[in-house]
Write a protein that binds this ligand. Structure first.
Ligand SMILES: *Cc1c(COP(=O)(O)O)cnc(C)c1O
Length: 391
């Protein structure tokens, strides 16, 4: 049985070309990029190349607007904390109810420990941001807005360019969590009002533990990690040269293939969706039908927990994700589906299938072959889900 991986919004397979680009920086050019000898210079030059590759992918005006970090979570934390430090008269944060925990957990902590006021803008049934609530929250007390470009669970795309323009009008900084959008959406940051943007290598066929924060040249900024002068003082610590080289290569490949891959994964995704809706009654797709990543579908099945389906699919070698996070055996409903009020229809959430450049037609065939039976069995209550009964 060949494994089928449909959980690319959680992490992706590292492209072999990326691995090959990284290897010399483990084995030969391992010098410290700050060192004055040849090995250091080679590492430093490779980091410069990676910065240019990210500049090209994001449409940043200057390559030095890219600072490398340890990943999406660090970038998001850095952006929000920096924004809060800029002006003592501004003590509020505007974010959405459906952000990644990288933003939500930090905001909750700041609310509790520093008395920061956090506006969590709600979404409608389709996961679309409430623009009236956003407009109302935007005042001169807001230090920073942090909103995702695309949602990791449903693929819903927010109009971040417009949201950034609105934030600018009240003098607030705007940070976009673009971890799910970079490599999937065309970007031209130089023509937007976005001040900061977070991205992560492992969501675009690069290695884990490396990412970047875009910081517009004139945007005020305070470092989170302090120490040496690396990354122009914006992120101290000896650079993760192999990781940064891998991220750069992954960015180059993503840019080259974006249009073609978007079309290809969209047709796989749409065929899966259509097939599920046709074959299984009481099934619906969540998220914005008009503005959605082409690789993502989040499907809810009436009367069954997404987790149960995910569990059985996993036994058949298919990796996907359920909308709920499993914490020490008890399941917690996804905050995204809760914010969308999906709870009224299904108690425990949905199944997310997310595609990448490594998925093929056969993957869709296999899922469509298996799921109707799994759903029917679960709905009958005929298949108590336990590890012992694989077939
Ligand atoms: C994965 C993800 C992150 C976190 O990135 P890491 O590199 O895993 O820390 C942040 N935001 C979104 C939307 C994500 O999907």
């Amino acid at each position: 049985m060949e494994a089928i991986y449909l959980d690319n919004n959680a992490s992706t397979q590292v492209d072999a070309e990326v691995v090959h680009a990284m290897l010399p920086f483990f084995l030969n050019q391992f010098g410290n990029p700050s060192s004055m000898h040849d090995s250091g210079a080679a590492a430093s030059a490779a980091i410069k190349t990676a910065r240019r590759q990210l500049q090209a992918l994001t449409g940043a005006k200057f390559d030095h607007e890219i600072a490398f970090t340890s990943g999406g979570t660090e970038s998001v934390n850095t952006a929000i904390l920096s924004g809060l430090e800029m002006d003592p008269g501004r003590t509020e944060i505007v974010t959405s109810a459906v952000e990644h925990p990288a933003a939500l957990t930090l905001c909750a902590h700041l609310e509790k420990t520093r008395g920061v006021k956090v506006h969590r803008i709600p979404v409608d049934h389709h996961g679309r941001l409430d623009l009236d609530a956003y407009r109302t929250a935007l005042t001169h007390r807001v230090a920073i807005v942090s909103i995702m470009w695309a949602n990791n669970e449903t693929g819903t795309i927010f109009p971040v360019e417009r949201l950034a323009e609105m934030a600018k009008q009240v003098g607030a900084l705007f940070h976009a969590d673009a971890v799910q959008a970079v490599g999937k959406q065309t970007m031209d940051l130089k023509s937007t009002a976005i001040d900061m943007l977070s991205l992560s290598a492992h969501k675009l066929h690069g290695p884990k533990g490396v990412g970047a924060l875009y910081i517009k040249r004139d945007a005020p900024f305070e470092a989170l990690v302090r120490g040496g002068h690396q990354e122009r003082g914006r992120r101290a610590g000896t650079e993760n040269t192999p990781g940064i080289v891998g991220l750069g290569k992954a960015a180059e490949l993503a840019l080259e293939r974006m249009d073609e891959e978007n079309k290809r994964v969209k047709s796989l995704r749409d065929r899966l969706e259509r097939g599920l809706l046709e074959r299984i009654p009481g099934t619906f797709v969540t998220g914005d039908p008009l503005a959605r990543l082409s690789n993502t579908t989040n499907v809810a099945f009436d009367r069954i927990a997404g987790e149960a389906i995910q569990f059985v699919l996993n036994r058949h070698g298919i990796a996907c994700s359920s909308g709920s996070a499993c914490t020490s055996g008890s399941s917690v409903q996804s905050h995204v589906l809760t914010a969308m009020n999906i709870r009224q229809v299904t108690p425990l959430g949905a199944v997310r299938f997310s595609f990448s450049r490594y998925n093929r037609d056969e993957d869709v065939d296999r899922v469509l072959e298996l799921i109707p039976g799994i759903v029917a069995q679960l709905r009958d209550g005929a298949a108590p889900v336990s590890r012992g009964q694989a077939k």
